[in-house]
Design a protein around this ligand. Structure first.
Ligand SMILES: Cc1cc2nc3c(=O)[nH]c(=O)nc-3n(C[C@H](O)[C@H](O)[C@H](O)COP(=O)(O)OP(=O)(O)OC[C@H]3O[C@@H](n4cnc5c(N)ncnc54)[C@H](O)[C@@H]3O)c2cc1C
Length: 337
């Protein structure tokens, strides 16, 4: 275990707004139970991966903890699949590309999502038609309060859209150390997401491999989303709201171009970016905070913004979208007030 005092992670966060921790613990596989109980748990640290999906509204926090360690081990192999154990500190995109090199498939649509393997189950990251929960078998954690090791099956993690058990208050002391993924040895590319389909058509690629899908998505994302190392951002700021179909029908009579994705017989998902764009925020700049000009769902640190500037802009967007459409946008980003 390493403990840093007055640890500034501003430049390592997604939004690049100022943030300092009085204590910052870095732990790994060798960290002992007694160190969790005696040295770490009294400070109730916030768990952090690469902080790409946090908005720090306050600028000073008592403590945080990060797991380091990025090994990959193949645990089991069968004819059609492998179970692979990955340590939580590994860079997510690096792992996705490595899985493809190993001839293991199903994560290709999640290429280039920033952050760590440890955060992936927490957020149930998803993109271009896939969610990570479809490939997770077991999540291994350590309780920060007791130092006990705990394993949770995918079912026990209660995954849903950008949700898992790890987001509930009573599980916030579980630090993920390893994730076991079950990946297919057979390619089963999902290429019907509109942007991906258009890209592959332009490339005249009618039988894309999993690697082709990953490369298509890397190219699409690079063109569409701001790189957090150049423009501070945390990806999609709000979740795409899931609404009752009757509400959609009454809205679409007023806004005929309102898009939808079917969820089930009574629910549809509508793009939060469209709602924000229609509310007049695309490309806006207020006190250094902004809304990206190509993708209205992405809030940015346009010019030395502080966390509170981005937070205030997010509140303005929520209020306006609610006033116009009657829909309350829910943040996807973890906001620390
Ligand atoms: C440009 C950009 C594009 C993005 N695109 C997508 C996208 O397409 N799809 C998508 O789903 N997300 C996307 N995101 C969001 C982000 O990449 C993911 O949420 C990612 O999983 C965050 O990883 P992180 O390591 O930075 O986690 P952090 O931001 O540090 O933490 C996120 C959450 O995970 C928890 N956490 C982190 N590590 C651990 C651990 N070891 N144990 C327990 N809890 C932990 C934290 O407590 C927090 O609740 C994007 C972000 C950016 C900046």
């Amino acid at each position: 275990m390493t403990e840093f005092k007055d640890y500034d992670i501003t430049s390592n966060t997604g939004f690049k707004t100022p943030v300092l921790f009085e204590r910052f613990f870095i732990v790994n596989e060798k960290t002992e139970k007694s160190q969790f109980v005696d040295n770490i748990s009294p400070y109730e640290p916030i768990i952090i991966g690469d902080a790409t999906n946090y908005l720090f509204v306050k600028e000073l926090f008592p403590s945080a903890i990060k797991y380091e360690g990025d090994s990959i081990t193949i645990l089991e192999e069968s004819h059609n699949s492998s179970i692979i154990r990955v340590e939580a500190g590994r860079n997510w995109h690096n792992f996705v590309m490595q899985s493809l090199q190993l001839g293991l498939f199903n994560l290709e649509n999640l290429a280039l999502i920033p952050g760590t393997v440890g955060a992936a189950p927490v957020q149930n990251i998803g993109a271009y038609g896939r969610e990570v929960s479809d490939s997770i078998k077991t999540v291994h954690c350590v309780s920060i309060s007791t130092g006990e090791h705990i394993q949770l099956s995918a079912k026990e993690c209660s995954f849903s859209y950008r949700q898992s058990i790890f987001k509930h208050q009573e599980f916030k002391n579980l630090l993920i150390t390893h994730v076991d993924f079950e990946l297919s040895k057979l390619e089963n590319p999902i290429a019907n997401y509109p942007d991906v389909a258009v890209y592959l058509e332009q490339q005249r690629n009618i039988h894309p491999s999993a690697l082709d899908i990953a490369h298509a998505i890397i190219s699409i994302r690079t063109n569409k989303l701001p790189d957090p190392s150049e423009i501070g951002n945390a990806g999609s700021f709000f979740k795409n709201p899931i609404i009752d179909i009757t509400i959609y029908e009454s809205l679409v009579s007023k806004y005929p171009s309102l898009p939808k994705y079917d969820i089930d017989d009574i629910h549809v998902k509508v793009p939060a970016g469209w709602l924000i764009d229609q509310s007049g925020f695309k490309g806006i700049r207020i006190n250094g905070a902004g809304v990206h000009e190509k993708q209205a769902l992405v809030l940015i640190n346009a010019d030395n913004a502080h966390g509170k500037d981005i937070y205030e802009l997010a509140l303005m967007i929520q209020h306006k979208v609610h006033a116009l459409f009657g829909i309350m946008l829910e943040p996807e980003v973890n906001i620390l007030l």
